[in-house]
Each structure stands twice: as structure tokens, then as C-alpha cells.
Design a protein around this ligand. Structure first.
Ligand code: PBG
Length: 328
């Protein structure tokens, strides 16, 4: 065989020869503006979360500082979760719609200090429900749908009245997106958006998050409302419903193990697609990096790139600060 091999006309390596060529032809771009930083707030001092190394439970003041540091790095979207004390938890989770509750207070403070940051709130009952479920648990153990939706509407309204830009129902009750849309509109919050957790799977990857909120279900699991990990056609049904009901963004959660669903959404959805790199995905990277055998910054960049390549417009990730730093 003579060299060079003249029969070899297609040499894909030509487009990889230099950094400038690689940059020119790169298909997937990740910018800090694509990222949403999840933040935990509680009535107490700033403290580390055991199950999520590197993530804090913030005091309201501490949280404001973190929102400022995020904005400085170009991360201008946050989603807020409350770690509520046991005394505030009841079977109907009524603290969820307390207009003076910690989330509405925090939303007001963040919007006052950082008006250009997009403030999203989680709409679901699990932080406030003594059963640790996203909905109200009936005497026979059933998670009741329509009564729960009623409470979720009040919760979303309390968040909107406090100034939230986008409410994010993560509960997976049927019909909640439409009901929340109607409630917001009837109260003249037509500009408040809904980011629907459209395909949220009954996933073991939420474990560390439930540790952060102390919200592990007291009994049973979430399989009667969160989706079966085996299904993706069913996710398209949820997509159709949420978009018809008025969702402004649709989410797939978790992200990494469900990239095929992200791709199907990207192809089928006319509204932006979000993906949530959840607490278990975060912890796997942290734990593996701590072993010394994986390079954490490279792994973070590669997982986020993969989620974007699959078709996500927006990524919720606990690595938002770190990723923004890497990108600058
Ligand atoms: C609950 C909620 C969960 C997460 C976000 N909202 C947990 C659950 O459904 O049990 C998980 C986030 C994560 O694991 O990072 N409404």
C-alpha cells in the first residue's frame, strides 16, 4: 500500500485539526444564560447539606448573596426550594400557600435586590406535607388529584403575588398546568410563566434532594404520579397535555438517564425544553471525582454538553456556578 492512501477522500479529522477549526464547526454551545441554579432556603444559618457536598441550605440573607454571585457569573435564573421545619408540615400542606411563608418572602427579597434575575419557584406540596408526598394523601393511602390541584393553584398564586417570574409545578398531578394558568390569569398574573415538570420520572436519583429537604415519603413511593422510567411514548402524551394547558416550558427530569426523552421533546415541542440534572446525578459526579479517578470540571462540562446536545434549551443544575466559571 502506497502512502498517502489516495482512495481516502473523506478525512473527518481535517475538521478537528486546530482549536480554531474545532471552534468554528462546534454544533453545541453552552452559555451561563442556559443555566438555572437551584437554591435551598430555610429558617436558620447557612449550612452545608450532608447528602449534597458543595451545596448549602441558605439563610434568606445567605441566599441573596449567592444569587448576586450567580448573576456576576452570568447565571441569571434560580429556582427556590424551602426546607421547612417539621412543625410547619400538615396533611394538607397549607404552609405551601401562606402568602407570608418563607418562599414568598424570599422571592420578594430576591426580586428587590436582583430585579434582572429570573426567579422560579417550585410548586408541589412535599416540603409542607407531613406525609412527604407531592399531593394530599387520603386515609386509604391514595394521593388525591383534584383536591391537590386546588392547593397547588393557591401556592402558585402566592408565589406570583410575591413576584415570581415563573412557577414550576413539579408534582405531576393531572390538569394542574391548566388550573394554575386559569388561576394566575383570573388574578391578572398573565405575565407569569409556567415551567411544567412534564416528564418527571419516579426516580431513585432524587434521593439526595429528599435528604436536603427531609422530604422522603413517610410511606409508599411516588409511582402513582411520577412516570414509569420504562416509558417515553407516555412522556409525549404529557407533553401534548401540558402544552395544550398553557405550559411555557416543558421539562424532562432527571436529565442524564433520560436523554432520549429530551431528544423526543426537542423534536416534538414548540415550547422551550428544559432538563433537570438532579441531585443524584450531581452526587455521582462529586463522589466519583472525590475518588480521584475522574476530573470533575471535565465531567461537569461533558454532562452539560450532552444534555444540550440531546436538545435541552435550558438546564437546571447544581453545577451552574461551577459551569459558569468554567465557561468564563
Ligand atoms: C419535589 C421535587 C423533587 C425534586 C424537585 N422537586 C423530588 C421528588 O419529586 O421527590 C428533585 C430534585 C433533585 O433531585 O435534584 N416536588
Amino acid at each position: 500500500m502506497a502512502y498517502p492512501n489516495l482512495a481516502l477522500t473523506a478525512r473527518p479529522r481535517r475538521n478537528r485539526r486546530s482549536p480554531a477549526i474545532r471552534d468554528m464547526v462546534r454544533e453545541t454551545e453552552l452559555r451561563p444564560a442556559h443555566l438555572v441554579l437551584p437554591l435551598f432556603v430555610h429558617r436558620g444559618p447557612d449550612e452545608p447539606i450532608d447528602s449534597m457536598p458543595g451545596v448549602n441550605r441558605w439563610s434568606p440573607d445567605g441566599l441573596l448573596g449567592e444569587v448576586g454571585r450567580a448573576a456576576d457569573r452570568g447565571v441569571r435564573a434560580v429556582v427556590l426550594f424551602e426546607a421547612a421545619p417539621d412543625e410547619l408540615k400538615t396533611p394538607t400542606g397549607d404552609e405551601a400557600w401562606n402568602p407570608d411563608g418563607l418562599i414568598p418572602q424570599t422571592v420578594r427579597a430576591v426580586k428587590a435586590a436582583h430585579p434582572n434575575t429570573v426567579v422560579m419557584t417550585d410548586v408541589a406540596l412535599d416540603p409542607y406535607n407531613s406525609d412527604g408526598h407531592d399531593g394530599i394523601v387520603a386515609a386509604d393511602g391514595t394521593i388525591v388529584n383534584d383536591e391537590t390541584v386546588d392547593v397547588l393553584c393557591r401556592q402558585a398564586l402566592a408565589h406570583a403575588e410575591a413576584g415570581a417570574d415563573i412557577v414550576a409545578p413539579s408534582d405531576m398531578m393531572d390538569g394542574r398546568v391548566g388550573a394554575i394558568r386559569q388561576t394566575l390569569d383570573r388574578h391578572r398574573h398573565t405575565g407569569v410563566g409556567i415551567c411544567a415538570y412534564t416528564a418527571k420520572y419516579a426516580s431513585a436519583f432524587f434521593g439526595p434532594f429528599r435528604g436536603a429537604l427531609d422530604s422522603t415519603p413517610r410511606s409508599g413511593d411516588k409511582k402513582t404520579y411520577q412516570m414509569d422510567p420504562a416509558n417515553s411514548r407516555e412522556a409525549l402524551r404529557e407533553l401534548e397535555l401540558d402544552v395544550a394547558e398553557g405550559a411555557d416550558m416543558v421539562m424532562v427530569k432527571p436529565a442524564g438517564p433520560y436523554l432520549d426523552v429530551v431528544r423526543r421533546f426537542a423534536e416534538a415541542s414548540a415550547v422551550p425544553v428544559a432538563a433537570y440534572q438532579v441531585s443524584g446525578e450531581y452526587l455521582m459526579v462529586k463522589a466519583a471525582a472525590a475518588s480521584g479517578w475522574l476530573d470533575e470540571p471535565s465531567i461537569v462540562a461533558e454532562t452539560l454538553c450532552g444534555i444540550r446536545r440531546a436538545g435541552a434549551d435550558v438546564i437546571f443544575t447544581y453545577f451552574a456556578m461551577q459551569a459558569a466559571e468554567l465557561l468564563s
